[in-house]
Design a protein around this ligand. Sequence first.
Ligand SMILES: CC(C)(COP(=O)(O)OP(=O)(O)OC[C@H]1O[C@@H](n2cnc3c(N)ncnc32)[C@H](O)[C@@H]1OP(=O)(O)O)[C@@H](O)C(=O)NCCC(=O)NCCS
Length: 189
Amino acid sequence: MSDPWARLRAERDRQYSEPVDMAARLPSASRTQTATVMDITQANNDGNVHGGSIMRLVDEAAGIAAMRHCHRRVVTASMDDMSFLAPVFIGDLVTVRAMVNDAHRTSMEVGVRVDVENIATEQWRYVASAHLVFVALDVDGQPTEVPPVIAATDEERRRQQRARVRRDQRLLRKEALAAAAKSKERDTS
Ligand SMILES: CC(C)(COP(=O)(O)OP(=O)(O)OC[C@H]1O[C@@H](n2cnc3c(N)ncnc32)[C@H](O)[C@@H]1OP(=O)(O)O)[C@@H](O)C(=O)NCCC(=O)NCCS
């Protein structure tokens, strides 16, 4: 029997093999918004929404924004610290907004904001923000180049500058951890 998923995947592989226009893109071209009503399957043992359910929504919306920017498959490379500022309850409408802040050779930083609406009272709560890094992959699953970001507004320029500071911090942290691991290896050998 034919496998419909294999056919879909082959078609998607063909689409993702098409050359990508590498001209710089506006952050707004990647703008993504999702809205999801929280149901009982997303509850923790206290009956509130599980933080991990919100993180999944964040990862999904951010991944869509990254794909909109690069027109390739992407993987989540990292998620910066994410603090929850307000609880989310079953029945709440969770809105996740995501946009690419900056892009480098193969990676993109996506900024995400989560808000929640109580549909009955129309009250909104700001729940969380996060920054995620995605890496674009070619059809062989290897990191591949992405178009640069061209910031057009003051707000986009501010986000791009801050994204660059965070990238420097991530790289410094990665180097420091690698150096510490090497020095520990030397000490134990
Ligand atoms: C993300 C991944 C592709 C990077 O692979 P790699 O061998 O480190 O590739 P490279 O060293 O060429 O780095 C590629 C890019 O990823 C970035 N990167 C790698 N690790 C990173 C991290 N932890 N945080 C942020 N960016 C990272 C690099 O800075 C580089 O960006 P640039 O090309 O824009 O400068 C690889 O680690 C991977 O496949 N991880 C698993 C991802 C995954 O499955 N996610 C879902 C989990 S369920």
